[in-house]
Write a protein that binds this ligand. Sequence first.
Ligand code: HEC
Ligand code: HEC
Ligand code: HEC
Length: 348
Amino acid sequence: MKITWKRLFAGVVTLAAAGLIVAWSGIIHIRASTGHWRVTDWFLHWVMRSSVRTAALGVQPPAFTPGMLTLAAGHYETGCAGCHGSPAMPRPVAVQNMLPPPPDLKAVVSTWSDAQLYEIVRHGIRYTGMPAWPAVERDDEVWAMVAFLRAYPKLDQATYRRLAGFSATQSQDFSQVVTTCAGCHSPTRLYDESLIPHLAGQSETYLRNSLAAYAAGKRPSGVMAAALSRLSNVDRERLARHFANEKTSTPTGVVSKAGGRGETLAQHGDKARGLAACAACHDTADANQAYPRLAGQPAAYLESQLHLFRAGIRGGGDYAPIMTRVASGLTDDDIRALADYYSAISMD
Ligand code: HEC
Ligand code: HEC
Ligand code: HEC
């Protein structure tokens, strides 16, 4: 077949149309959850590195001074650590699910020259979430950050905190943190259809274990992982103590829902079906402190947690597998009846 201009043109148009149809069909997915193919990842980083290398040609770094470090460290804590982590705080779980995820800079800084870091910090990186410097006019600030990044891999936690100042020594004002928690957990917001649990009335042990499980990803919840992302172990223990000492809440359910099938199951189980009595572990005076109280929790919350346990994805503290086993024997009707029962009885 002879290649004529006409045929070439028709070929190009067909290809373009095919490309548009593929894009329109929706089969190219844009999910961050599945990651890039290894070759795509390699290609994108190759383009990024080449672009930064070329842009940095001829850029002359100034002399670095110690004053630059303190200026930049404070900004790093407020403007960068939330994505890249710091010696005082690991990278938050949520940002590790970005695509590409922000790298731990300790490991990558040495692969860039000063001029290249300047390019990256000043202009950001398109399509990645890496932002440009907020004031493009301020070269001097950008260079201070480069000086800081150069020193960064060698900084231990204590030195970093000294450089970064107040914001890195204390997560936040404690009462402010409690207010954030209460924004969701306040009893005034927790009615029967609520998917958010009451914290008051739980033991310190259970609250501490739950917070540790969320932070370690052993109890999966994007909402709670985000709420805890900037808090340290010490903050979490303090929060557990704080909420364990709060007044217990009043029952949220309608009292007529108590009794009947839910109550029988909860108090006595069902021997024929091999179901343990919930009361053997929950809401008894001498129960293990690591077992939560259920009385007075919103019915919708209890229901959702039981479904999660049954599906094997609830997780929790060290004793959670016990509960996964218990829930595996429950039907949807059992779950509804039990949730209604526990939401209707009082915590004390
Ligand atoms: C919203 C999240 C976010 C913030 C805030 C952020 N970055 Fe980034 N950063 C990223 C992402 C995403 C990448 C790209 C990673 C990739 O290409 O694989 C990146 C890349 C980088 C790189 C290149 C590292 C490499 O080898 O890929 C440097 C250096 C860097 N950031 C420094 C900073 C500094 C300094 C700050 C604060 C001024 C900052 N970043 C703020 C998300 C962020
Ligand atoms: C955006 C709303 C929101 C914020 C803010 C929030 N929480 Fe939660 N919290 C939830 C939800 C929703 C759940 C249930 C998650 C699940 O399915 O495991 C939960 C669960 C919990 C649990 C487990 C309780 C149990 O009975 O198992 C604890 C403990 C907890 N949160 C403490 C906190 C603390 C402390 C803070 C403040 C640092 C906080 N929460 C901030 C919504 C929130
Ligand atoms: C052998 C002990 C045991 C028995 C019996 C048991 N549970 Fe549990 N349950 C646990 C433990 C332990 C946990 C806490 C897991 C964790 O998060 O660490 C738990 C947690 C729960 C939770 C989550 C509460 C919250 O605040 O998130 C619900 C709901 C629950 N159980 C309901 C039930 C019901 C309903 C029954 C009866 C059908 C039952 N449990 C029987 C041990 C038990």
